[in-house]
Design a protein. Structure first.
Length: 329
């Protein structure tokens, strides 16, 4: 098994090199040692704050991972989701009362500004914090490519329209991934991030009653799980939460995919990877692979995270290095 881990590590290093050296435009401007001379304290500071936050609430690892995802899908990985203001992305429908972890990013930024002021971007903090959220949940380690700069404006309409929704059919989600340069494999792999974290009733209650003209409950939802969820969500305001991975809520593993094989995916966009007609041909086989091969899932997850972290980064003299992650300088 140690040899398998070593091989996986070698493959990942080679993949990163291929990404950096290949014909990927500005991607080559991001490097794993970008702050090696200008802010060597970066890793210790980010690790400390993420670990402390997760000791207080294990779910925070998943929240930081989701924060990175929702940042990169809108305007690229530019920290724009952190910007305050009524027209900010954080107040878009998919993010409001949902995306979390802003205070952790603020705390990291405050410490970094005290030791290396105006050096580390908020976008890079988000990317690095997400990686430690994965690692401290038991997931794979990977070298995060750094060197992003911060955007000057948010894009609320982009967040409203561009972020994948748990209510969308799989082919629509695949298209949204394609729009930012990610493929079907990335859809299945990054959906595996739902091996940690929680979701509110409002995001899956449509599966529990009045599902269709022929079925009260989504027929692709395990009956016992459906009954438990009905009890949880009954008479609530839709904000009650339950684990996305009913098998191992806080552990980063491949149980998410094993759940899909027995119709225990919480969101319709999760279960749809295995059960929906438009998802079967392109995604079902991958679900089966990852359900039986956790090492393959970890390797592919790292590769997809690196790809996602390279969605349209601002580099060089573009953008800025924010002093406060919530406002442009």
């Amino acid at each position: 098994q140690d040899m398998e881990h070593s091989y996986c590590r070698l493959v990942l290093v080679c993949s990163v090199l291929a990404l950096c050296l290949g014909s990927h435009g500005v991607r080559s401007q991001l490097t794993s040692d970008f702050y090696g001379n200008t802010c060597p304290q970066l890793y210790d500071i980010v690790q400390h704050h993420v670990f402390s936050a997760m000791m207080g609430e294990m779910r925070m690892g998943a929240s930081l991972l989701r924060l990175h995802f929702h940042d990169c899908f809108v305007n690229g990985c530019d920290g724009s989701i952190l910007l305050d203001g009524e027209d900010g992305e954080k107040f878009a429908r998919p993010n409001q009362n949902s995306v979390r972890g802003y205070e952790v990013i603020d705390a990291i930024k405050t410490d970094l500004e005290s030791v290396c002021p105006e050096v580390v971007s908020c976008a890079d903090i988000v990317a690095l914090a997400a990686s430690y959220g994965v690692l401290f949940s038991g997931g794979p380690y990977y070298d995060v490519l750094l060197g992003r700069r911060d955007g000057l404006v948010a894009n609320q309409s982009g967040a409203d329209n561009g972020l994948p929704s748990p209510f969308e059919p799989i082919d629509s989600i695949i298209q949204k991934f394609s729009d930012v340069g990610l493929n079907t494999t990335d859809v299945v792999v990054l959906s595996g991030a739902h091996t940690i974290g929680r979701a509110r009733c409002v995001l899956y209650s449509n599966r529990l009653s009045n599902f269709s003209t022929t079925d009260s409950v989504d027929p692709t939802l395990d009956a016992t799980l459906a009954a438990n969820l009905q009890s949880l969500c009954a008479n609530g305001d839709g904000n009650e939460t339950t684990a996305l991975d009913v098998s191992s809520a806080d552990v980063f593993d491949n149980n998410y995919y094993q759940n899909l094989l027995v119709e225990k995916g919480l969101l319709s966009s999760d279960q749809g990877l295995f059960s929906s007609p438009e998802g079967v041909a392109s995604t079902k086989e991958l679900v089966q692979v990852y359900s039986s091969d956790g090492e393959q899932f970890f390797c592919d997850f790292v590769w997809s995270m690196i790809k996602m972290g390279n969605i349209s980064p601002l580099t060089g003299s573009a953008g800025e290095i924010r002093k406060n992650c919530r406002v442009a300088n």
